[in-house]
Ligand binder design. Structure first.
Ligand code: NDP
Length: 248
């Protein structure tokens, strides 16, 4: 018996990195999993890696596009009827000081990282089961004021606040919502920002645990919050950062 037997969970950004690692653990625990992302080839590769047969449903969807989110959720509804878990994980990075942020950067970042999360949760609400759990993906940068990440950090702060703000609304139906905030996790996003060995080493040296995080480190935390093991936890943020924030 798996902890997620008979449960359906939607993971946005499930075709790579943290989302893919979470989809993998969910499938191992018996769940039916929907992974969503913009790039079909990325979802195909993920499906090939996960080899979960009809318990896995890859759906091409851009979470920044309200009509695409509607189509995604209609597809989930038609196939599975109800959602027991939602991991609103899809996100992008746009770093640089405020003066360098173009209007297009602003719209692209905020439409993906905040609007995408907001409208995925908002539109999924009617199809959440009475004991469902929602997890949002924030960032350690919510807790730092770096001149180089004002837009990304502010968008992620809004995401973390959303978990707090919706806890009452969803709690009335027995549904929990929390955020996880990863530190330095080795994924395409991280290596796209810290591309050299020196940059990665500089990140590692800031982490009390002395290593960069893996997608599985974050996936384990997401699994805990999605599962009944966290049955009395809602409106919270869980840092999964190897001690990074606690130490500065
Ligand atoms: P990845 O780049 O591997 O994952 C991001 C995923 O989101 C991709 O699968 C991407 O697929 C998907 N995605 C991006 N934009 C959209 C969109 N508009 N609609 C649907 N899917 C989208 O990196 P991570 O796994 O690291 O990132 C996962 C989350 O973790 C992000 O929210 C990120 O901000 C957060 N995070 C990561 C940290 C790290 O160090 N890695 C640190 C703190 C937070 P596709 O391009 O095909 O759409």
């Amino acid at each position: 018996m798996g902890e997620f037997d008979g449960k359906t969970v939607l993971v946005t950004g499930g075709g790579s990195g943290i989302g893919l690692a979470t989809a993998d653990l969910l499938l191992s625990a018996g769940a039916r999993v929907v992974i969503a992302g913009r790039r079909p080839e990325r979802l195909e590769d993920a499906a090939g890696e996960l080899r979960a047969g009809d318990r896995l449903l890859p759906v091409v969807a851009d979470v920044a596009d309200p009509a695409a989110v509607d189509r995604l959720l209609s597809t989930v509804l038609a196939r599975f009827g109800v959602l027991h878990g939602l991991f609103a994980n899809a996100g992008i990075a746009r770093f640089g000081p405020a003066a360098s942020v173009s209007e297009q950067d602003y719209d692209t970042l905020m439409n993906t990282n905040f609007r995408g999360v907001f409208q995925t949760v908002q539109k999924a609400m009617p199809m959440l089961a009475h004991d469902a759990s929602v997890v949002l993906n924030g960032s350690w940068l919510v807790h730092r004021g770096l001149a180089t990440t004002p837009l990304y950090a502010a968008g992620k702060a809004a995401v973390v606040n959303l978990a707090r703000s919706l806890a009452g609304d969803l709690g009335a139906r027995g549904i929990r919502i929390n955020a996880i905030s990863p530190g330095f996790i080795v994924t395409d996003m991280f290596t796209g920002i810290a591309s050299s060995a020196q940059e990665q080493e500089a990140s590692r040296l800031q982490v009390p645990l002395g290593r960069l995080g893996t997608p599985a480190d974050v996936a384990q935390a997401a699994m805990f919050l999605l599962s009944p093991r966290s049955s009395y936890i809602t409106g919270q943020e869980l840092l999964v950062d190897g001690g990074l924030i606690g130490s500065v």
